[in-house]
Write a new protein. Sequence first.
Length: 299
Amino acid sequence: MESAPRALSTKEADIQMMLAAEVHLGTKNVDFQMQRYVFKRRNDGIYIINLGKTWEKLQMAARVIVAIENPQDIIVQSARPYGQRAVLKFAQYTGAHAIAGRHTPGTFTNQLQTTFNEPRLLILTDPRTDHQPIKEAALGNIPTIAFCDTDSPMRYVDIGIPANNKGKHSIGCLFWLLARMVLQMRNSIPQGHKWDVMVDLFFYREPEEAKEQQEEEAGAVAEYGDYGAATLSGIAGDQWGAPITDAQWAGGDAVAPAAIPAVPAAGWTSDAGPVVAGDGGWDAAVAPPLPAQDGTSWE
């Protein structure tokens, strides 16, 4: 009789997920400080990362994150587009402060800046791309956690998590695993239970894919609006005003407004002004009297 398949432990399931996301693929170059995390080298020159050590380093980084009382004192940063969505989602679920995009020089050192911040922990996606915040964190004695590839510089990095930081699926999977471990250590998620948040939410999405989805949603809303218009057309006329016909808008068929009645002349007296002779026109008015002339003349 065949026995039932053995259930995978949490570590084995996580390593399987990392294999599917290609977290184990490094580059063709290796840094001397990253050699301890390399498992082997493929025939095409790609170095393979030991995922067992990656999982252990994720656990260590999660313990450091949980040890900080105020999650807002943790800054998660990514200048690369592939890690920006993962950074925002990680900050949303763990309560950290996210900086997605370009790092403003002086954020950790210049106190005159409006964006000045003094975090207790800094989490980065790529030490090579995020070299500026690493240098500023070193000046401010801020511990740094970073996802390091086989060719990443390890200077000023306190906890380096060996992983592939080039692929969008790899970065999303790593931040999802780290967020789940942090929530499990905070007892927000029961140990050994599955997290109801899908890893797909941490993946980078192409702008074209997001635009196509928005267009599909807009089309669905438009179709729903047509059905609503057909329903509204059946409403009784006593609830809505009568529609304006084309005849009322036409200029030739428009009804002329009523003439303003003239003011009656019964209230006027005879001494109100000089009497005008004739048919009442302006030409029939009496000429003004000429001034009296003396005997002198211009001639």
